[in-house]
Each structure stands twice: as C-alpha cells, then as structure tokens.
Ligand binder design. Structure first.
Ligand code: 0RA
Length: 654
C-alpha cells in the first residue's frame, strides 16, 4: 500500500475507529485474557474461533459445509457456504458491516437480532480477536452474485471492502496468519485440529467439515492429507467412536433429544464392561470440563430413574448395602450437549455451567426418556441393573481397602514410604519428584540428583493397568499406594469417593522417567493412564511431565556429545568426524537409563539447565479418553505414538 493510501485511511478514522483500535490494542496487549494463552492452545483457539462463526451460521440453518485448510506457511483458511457476512454500508459506524464484524470486539451477531448466537469459542471473543492477533488476515464474502474482499494487518484494515469480481458461490472465507511476535509456537497440529472438527461434527449432525493440510504431500500418492467429518446420528456416533475398543452392553446407545423450558437438550449413553465413568458435557459446543448444572441434572435423573426401575423389578432384594450415585455411572459413556442463550460459566477454568434453569430441564428430559426406554427394553434394563449391582459390590470392597490404607498411613510415623528418597526443601512450588522405572535406575537417579529439591521414587515391576482393573484393586496396589503417600495427596471422601485433595501435594513437578524403549514407553503410559483416570487435576494444573533421556552418545577421542534424535546423531557424527567421514567416531545407543552413570543422567536428563521436560497436557478430553482406552484396553493397541499426541514439548528453564 502506498503512503498516500495509508494517509487516506488514517484520515477516515472517526471516533469509532479510534475505539476500535483501542479494543484491538487491548487484545494484543493481553492476548491470554482473550484466547487463554499464547502457546499451542491459544494458537489453535484462533481456528476454533473462526470455525465457530461458521457453525453458528449452520445452526441458524444456512450452512452445511465448512472447509478448513492449513496452508504451506501455517496460515489457516476457513470457508463456509453460509449467507456470507453482510457487506452493506453501516450508517452508524460509517463503514461496511463486514469491516465492523472483523474489527469490533463482540460485534459478531450484531446484525442478526432474530437468531441468538449459541456457538462461540470458550472465550466467545469473535473473529475480530483473531484479526487483532494476525499479522495478516483476508476475508472474502460471496454474496449477491459478487465476490468481496478486505485485508487487515494486526486487525487494521489495509483498504475499504472492495468488490473483486462475480461469483455463483455463496459464503464466507477467512484466511489468517497468526502473528509470530505474539505466539510462542506457530506450527499447527493436524491431529489437534482434526480432533476438534470431528467433535464438532458429532455435536452438530448434518454438517460436513473437512480439514486439509497443504504443508506436505504424501510421498507415494503426492496428495495432501485430507480428512472429512460428517455424522448422521450425532451423539450416538460420538459414543460409538469413543467406545471403539470397549465391550458394549447394549446394541445401540440410548438417545435422548428434545427441549424443556426452552433449553435444547441432547444426550446419548451406553454402558460397557469397563469400570470407567466417561461422561463429557458440552454447552454451546464448548466442553464444560468442570461440569455444572447440566451434569447435575443428568446424574439426578439417571440415579432416580434407574433406582426406581431396579427396586420395582425386585432385582435389589439380595443386596445387603446401599447403592450410591457412583454405582450408576461405572462403565458408563455419556455425552450431554445443551444449548443456552446466555451461559454463565463458573469455576477455576470457567468451564462449569452455572445456569440453574438448566438442571431441571435436563433432569426432566432425561428422566422421562430413560424411563420409557427401560419400560420398552426389559433386556437392556436388566443388563444395566446387573452392572450397577456389580459396581456397588466392588465399591463396598474398595471402601474397606481404602480405610485400611488410611489407617496404616496414620500409624506409620511420617507416613512417607521407605522407598522414597526425599529432597530437603519443603516448598512444593520448587520441588520435584522423579518417578523412576526400576530400582537400579532409581539408584543412579538418587546419586545424580540435586537433593535440595529433587526427590526420587523408584517404581518396581508392572504398574497396575487401571483401565482394566476393578476400582478397589487400585487401593490395594502397592505401587499406587506408595505414589499417593509420596505425593502427599489423598483420594476419596464419604460424599465423593473420587474427590482428589491436592492441598497437601508435596511437589508441583511430577516427572515420569522411564527407559527410551518400547517397555519404558509402556510403563510411562500405564503411569499416565493412572494420572488421567484418578488424578486428572494434576495434569490440568500442568504438574505432570515426562523426562527425555538421550538416545545416543557420540564419541571421538575424548570428545563426546549426546543426541536425542537421528538427525542430531548424524549432525554430531559429521561435526566430530570433521572432513574424514565417520573416522574414529563411535556411537553408543542407550537402551535404558541403567546404561548411564549418575553424572551422565544428571547432565542429560535431570539438570534443569540442560534437560528437556515434556509437559503433559490434554488437548481434547474425549480424544484423550479414547486414546487411553485403546492403548490400555483389550484390543491390540494401535501403534501410534501417544506421547507425541498428548505431550507437547516444553523446555523448562531452571
Ligand atoms: C451476521 C449476519 C448474517 C450473516 C453472518 C453474520 C455470518 C457471519 C459469518 C462468519 C463466518 N461465516 C459467516 N456467515 C454469516 C446474515 C444476514 C443476512 O443475510 O440476512
């Protein structure tokens, strides 16, 4: 753009425009306040924000196709076949409606009062926020047989909306490149985006969503990677997808769909032979991790309806103890999806629904439909009640085991396990504990560590597979009991047997350190599964890490360097060899932690100044659940590197 044009634009700015600039400036000053963070999550959130606008257009009944494309430079485009954002001149704002939508915070649905906006990302900030955080953004509107366009840089229009041609197409296309002076990571993950689009396709049946990746072509076919998501049965398909590697108890999920008190409610549920409760809740397509009134209404209806049915059927006559609410949800996979015009989000991460009117709506809707289902399906009803009785019996055994553990802890002096080599500091903020595979590596780690802040807990033998074991086994397992005691946390109260108490957590970094081989990664997976199922909050708070020991030691004479990847190994080999290729260069492949001495382990894997820790985070609750159930379930685990998908690189300094 010429200087003259720029001058013209700045002259055109009215008081409104100045406000706009201040709004966008605020977004750039505190991006985390608007999109959560400026890391991996925030980067992907930009895409969700744009896609959500198209989903809104689809929910309003005007769009059934959304195409997301990752471009070669990690720009992303989102194209929909909706009505197209209006481009007419907006008298009050003195510019095109399109420009207002793209540059004014929260202006998204302003021109469409008839329909309320139910979608919208977690932070509900709209596309203008994405615009503010993009070094370049281009919007194209196909409407009235015409093709319109406007471009922006860090949210500022480069020129007024212009007509660039004619078109038979109808819709909106937004293409943006995130500003790398704001984001710490700039590379999009295909898997993370596809997980979210898949989820959206289940939550909004009948919309076709596609994701394509133009960064790389398949070596053999020469094609870009493309995935398409489309669901006809919605939540029922979602359940089948999540439970792919679990053994179902009913031929088809129970589906509940309708509206009560003006609240659209959609629920699907299925029981399986596992012992895991696996309920995912959504409000306006947003995953409400912390639950809330919709979940409470669901639980109440489920417990009441099943209990009534079980009592009436006489199946409980032999049972000698009470059934608790938990027993109705063991082995239950469920999705609850509701739409609310004005959601109130509460809780630590603002993902807990507070709207009180929702509780009764979900309760009535689920109660009525489930009751009919049980009456009409006596065979399935019996299977469910038997499952509940099994859970109640196991819980009874679990309580006994847990009481035993708690009594022992009170009696056992300091209560810390003998195997723990504790650190001297008592400040959880700065201390860390290494969970180390095997006594021998544990010994090396103990020698190599900085005992001021690093504690070592060696774990012996196989960790219990919590995915397959009955819950009471968890509290009888030695390794698991030791872990709980060493960490200083307790689990289970009378009211809520699964409540986690992190108040007395002794370390804010829990680092899983295993051999860099197949067995080691299996053990890391077992430990992670245990954290995911029983101590999820630890992961959510960012307390769980995976250590990365080196794979190679490359030596020449008295020079030696470590390598973590094949590329590093080759590069170091070349550097050490100088011109004489491979001459006298010796490569040692580390098969296990045991092959390193204490000093080597310290300098490669434990020294905060030199190590790389991978922080474990959960991108997508339902995907993580499915991955763990697959890796640890009966079916042959798919050979996919789950750590790659579930742990992002985090270089932790000092
Ligand atoms: C406001 C009004 C109208 C459409 C939209 C917004 C709209 C926004 C987005 C964002 C992405 N895709 C979109 N598609 C449509 C339509 C008003 C009318 O035509 O009457």
């Amino acid at each position: 753009m010429s200087e003259k044009e720029e001058e013209q634009i700045s002259k055109d700015y009215s008081a409104d425009n100045i406000q706009v600039l201040e709004g966008l400036e605020a977004v750039r000053k505190r991006p985390a306040m608007y999109i959560g963070d400026i890391n991996f999550k925030g980067l992907h959130h930009l895409v969700y924000e744009v896609v959500d606008n198209s989903i809104d257009e689809a929910l309003a009944g005007h769009c059934n196709q959304i195409e997301v494309c990752i471009l070669p430079d990690n720009s992303v485009s989102v194209l929909d076949n909706g009505r197209g954002i209006p481009v007419d001149f907006h008298e009050k704002e003195q510019r095109s409606a399109l420009e207002v939508v793209m540059t004014v915070l929260h202006a998204g649905g302003k021109f469409d009062k008839g329909s309320y906006k139910v979608s919208g990302g977690l932070h509900g900030v709209g596309v203008s926020c994405v615009n503010a955080l993009s070094i370049h953004l281009q919007v194209e509107v196909f409407r009235n047989g015409k093709h319109y366009m406007q471009e922006y840089s860090i949210g500022k229009p480069l020129y007024p909306v212009k007509e660039i041609g004619t078109s038979d197409y109808r819709g909106t296309k937004v293409t943006f490149k995130p500003d790398n002076s704001i984001f710490l990571v700039t590379e999009y993950s295909f898997d993370t985006l596809s997980d979210r689009l898949r989820e959206l396709s289940y939550l909004n049946k009948g919309i076709r969503l596609t994701l394509s990746d133009q960064r790389e072509r398949d070596i053999i076919t020469g094609e870009y990677r493309v995935e398409e998501f489309y669901s006809e049965r919605g939540l029922a398909d979602f359940i089948d997808y999540l439970d792919e590697s679990r053994e179902k108890l009913m031929p088809d999920p129970i589906q509940i769909e309708g509206e009560r008190n003006g609240v659209p409610v959609e629920v699907a549920l299925q029981y399986n032979t596992s012992f895991v409760e696996n309920i995912h809740t959504y409000v306006n397509n947003i995953n409400t991790h912390e639950g809330g009134t919709h979940l409470a209404g669901f639980r109440r209806a489920l417990t009441r309806t099943l209990k009534n049915y079980a009592e009436k059927s006489g199946m409980l006559s032999k049972l000698k103890f009470d059934i608790s609410g938990d027993d109705f949800r063991e082995g239950l996979t469920g999705i609850i999806s509701i739409k609310v015009a004005e959601p109130q989000f509460e809780g630590q991460t603002k993902t807990k629904l507070g709207n009180t009117e929702v509780m009764g709506a979900v309760d009535t809707m689920v109660g009525e439909t489930l009751n009919n289902y049980l009456e009409e399906h006596p065979r399935e009803a019996r299977i469910i009640v038997n499952k509940v009785i099994l859970a109640a019996t196991a819980r009874h055994a679990a309580r006994k085991a847990r009481e035993l553990v708690q009594r022992k802890n009170i009696l056992g002096g300091s209560g810390l396990p003998g195997k723990l080599s504790d650190c001297s500091s008592r400040d959880p903020e700065t201390t860390e504990i290494y969970l180390v595979e095997g006594d021998s590596a544990g010994g090396t780690a103990k020698q190599g560590r900085d005992r001021n802040f690093q504690a070592i807990l060696p774990l012996r033998g196989k960790i219990l597979n919590v995915e397959k074991a009955m819950p009471h086994k968890i509290f009888e397992n030695e390794e698991i009991k030791t872990m709980f005691t060493a960490l200083g946390i307790s689990i289970g109260t009378i009211e809520d047997p699964k409540a986690l108490n992190l108040e007395k957590l002794r370390y804010h970094k829990v680092i899983i350190m295993t051999d860099a081989d197949v067995d080691g990664s299996h053990i890391a997976t077992l430990i992670l599964t245990f954290f995911f199922r029983y101590m999820k909050e630890m992961i959510e708070r960012g307390y769980v890490y995976i250590a990365t020991p080196p794979l190679y030691l490359v030596k020449k004479g008295n020079k030696a360097e470590y390598a973590w990847t094949e590329e590093q190994r080759e590069l170091i080999s070349l550097q050490l060899a100088g011109n004489a290729k491979d001459k006298g260069v010796h490569v040692q492949r580390y098969k296990g932690l045991g092959e390193m001495n204490a000093e080597q382990l310290w300098e490669t894997t434990m020294d905060p100044k030199r190590r790389t820790l991978r922080q474990v985070s959960i991108d997508n609750d339902s995907t993580a659940d499915r991955v763990f159930s697959m890796l640890m379930g009966d079916e042959v685990p798919p050979r996919r590197d789950f750590i790659e998908r579930n742990a992002h690189y985090a270089k932790i300094d000092a």
